[in-house]
Write a protein that binds this ligand. Sequence first.
Ligand code: 1PR
Length: 531
Amino acid sequence: MITLLDYGAGNVRSVINAIESLGETVKIVREAEDILSAEKLVFPGVGAFGSMIHSLHEKKLVEPLKAYLDSNRPFLGICLGLQALFGHSEEAPHLSGLGLLAGSVKRFDTGLSVPHIGWNGINVKQPSRIFGGLNGDEKFYFVHSYHVEADDPTIVLTTTDYGYEFVSSIQTGNIMATQFHPEKSGRAGLRLLENFLAAADEAVRPTRLSDRTRLAKRIIACLDVRANDRGDLVVTKGDQYDVRENGAVRNLGLPVELARRYYQEGADEITFLNITGFRDFPLEDMPMLEVLKQTSQHVFVPLTIGGGIRDYKDKDGRTNSALEVAAEYFRSGADKVSIGSDAVLIAEAYLAAGRPSGRSSIEEISRVYGNQAVVVSIDPRRVYVNSPQAVGHQVIETAIAGPAGEKYCWYQCTIKGGRQGRELDAITLAQVCEKLGAGEILLNCIDRDGTNLGFDIELINAVTAAVSIPVIASSGAGRVDHFQEVFTATEAESALAAGIFHRREIPIDDVKNHLADNQVEVRRCGTKPKE
Ligand code: 1PR
């Protein structure tokens, strides 16, 4: 029996699913006594340091946790569960952590995008029983803006490089903690978890050791989901956002099955977009929650859900906040939520008022769950103009001239699945959303969607240059070299595709092999499950 400390934020469902998939049962901590009597305690932390510490105090769990740690019984901290072991974090300078380990938690200070999101490797510093069955060259999933600095080098189990070398896991006695998420790290992560759960095996030093790790470019499979005309929830795919063929909604498969297939084929992340969410009542959208719950039982890579994340009034006139909607998605297995239409309206309001409201979905969700949990999905369309001064928007010079030979364009934001254009450009939207707390931009492009013509490199360069958060390039992938182009000609951290995967035109492995052959770092999922 594994005891799991859920203080009420983020996606603990994934950790439970991962542990249960390894044949263990999980008991959730309800009160102090559950910690004090635990045999093995897992503490998954997601969200922000401050809200975590507040919650632990509110639930009167700080002292029991300290007592458990002092007893040196097996403990696995994940992400914030590692950071909590230190006394102090720059994220919440006025609050104290558990103070078990000497050192502190610092924000990344590098020219690279922060949060550090994605699959990165480990430099093993000492043998441990949690390395059983690992080669040492596996990649694990990270998502964080802060990292620990340990005063005592002998507790450092692994480091990882992101601009500089930081501590990515520690071990002292039976207490282990990782900055990365084993439950989201595919087979390698499950193996590591399994090693923790197993009774003491001998300490192992993996053989394929490197001196420096590299963040992989991520390949994301996207599933646009909606009800077809019979009311069944299906994965569909549009051409420039038109998902109907001969009048009927295209049906490319079932969401849970396809997600599972992409996980097995090596997708680094899966995104579900509920494309009619803008007109539905999301919390009544039980099928979508069910899709997430079922998917997260078998899929151990990050899951993002988008569509309909906003405040709304239900049929009985009750107001549901975007935060409540997001919370329900996180509880069902999502790691990140993606906000589309609402982000445009929020940015418009911000620009009109000249200041943030403090109450928008982006601000509220990122405050509670952390910036890394908030993706903003942008659905822009090119509008050609004759000169940079022709409109009051951020205009770019383009090598792809317009229909009347125009050499400039701006990217108009749309809402409601491209149905309504707004007086706001995509670059400004991305900048405002970053200020408000978004942790990542999902950059679609209506002109390229479903065309197989390749990504809109000009759009991606304009947006990546304007923000410091990671950008997911999306729309238009048709060949393996399109992925190479997007990773060599732009600073995009990841590339998302839909049609080519759904139609089985190109396997995910072919994309990764091509990238690896061309010196683009990717994740391979070689670790075998334990016999
Ligand atoms: O506005 O917060 O309710 O969110 C709705 C979400 O649904 C948004 O993220 C929006 O992008 C998405 N969406 C709405 N309508 C459509 C549609 O297609 N009619 N799909 C839609 C967006 C675009 C990509 C697609 C890539 C890759 N789909 O996600 O997967 O373009 O496609 P490709 O590789 O086949 O070219 P809200």
